[in-house]
Design a protein around this ligand. Structure first.
Ligand code: FES
Length: 68
């Protein structure tokens, strides 16, 4: 297991990605369908939308630690 942390707002129209569809290592924004890599936050297939911020994440003593 790898653990990743990315920001939770699609930059296209500031839509939360909480309800987005996850498939493989990607997430699809529920509002208009932009797809982002969960690994590095890159927007896939539409560079104009922009990328998500990626944060450093790790598991320490069973707790997820995200450096913002
Ligand atoms: S708000 Fe996410 S694709 Fe439009």
């Amino acid at each position: 297991g790898e653990i990743y942390a990315i920001e939770n707002y699609c930059p296209h129209a500031i839509q939360t990605l909480t309800d987005g569809e996850v498939f493989g290592s990607m997430i699809k924004c529920k509002k208009h369908g932009a797809v982002f890599s969960l690994v590095d936050g890159r927007c896939i297939g539409n560079e104009r939308i922009g990328n998500l911020k990626k944060y450093s994440a790790s598991v320490v003593d069973g707790a997820v630690i995200v450096k913002l």
